[in-house]
Write a protein that binds this ligand. Structure first.
Ligand code: CUA
Length: 166
């Protein structure tokens, strides 16, 4: 089969670009630990606040092991529940977030946490807070007249280990 010289050059460039992109994705996921938020699970938004029917009926932060936490956060017009989360510096925390009404967003400033929150869907992301401080949590999807008032805070408290290293 005859393939024109310029056609061959472009085919090679296309293959090269695909290889570069594949390596970039592998580097980001394996080496840099970048995660893309996906659908973790589904939940019935009508039963979300029914006691016992879902963990979001009593949104909370749980310590699974020393330095390991999980947070079940419920987004609703126009607040996050819990609105304030306190953990010690160096903690790894996994967020499971859903909405009980409309579409929301959840972005934690200065972290890799940035999720869309949809009713019926569970969004999950994990991060580690090494530096003590107050991290603002904002809703970044327009969710109605009080959208701009929808925020929360994550307070990362200094520990004996972290105060000496800062
Ligand atoms: Cu919730 Cu904007």
């Amino acid at each position: 089969m005859h393939v024109d010289k310029y056609e061959q050059v472009w085919i090679r460039i296309s293959i090269f670009v695909l290889v570069v992109f594949t390596l970039a994705v592998l580097t980001a996921t394996v080496s840099a630990g970048i995660q893309v938020p996906g659908v973790e699970g589904r939940v019935d938004p009508n039963l979300i606040t029914t006691p016992g029917a879902s963990p979001w009926a009593a949104p909370s932060v749980r310590e699974l092991a020393p330095g390991k936490y999980e947070a079940y956060v419920l987004a609703q017009i126009w607040r996050f529940d819990p609105g304030e989360i306190r953990i010690p510096a160096g903690s790894e925390i996994t967020f499971y977030v859903t909405s009980k009404d409309v579409q929301h967003g959840l972005k934690i400033m200065d972290t890799n946490i940035n999720m869309m929150i949809l009713p019926g869907q569970v969004s999950k992301l994990k991060t580690t807070f090494n530096n003590p401080g107050t991290y603002d949590v904002v809703c970044h999807e327009y969710c109605g007249i009080g959208h701009h008032t929808m925020y929360g805070q994550i307070i990362v408290e200094a520990t004996a280990d972290t105060t000496t290293t800062e």
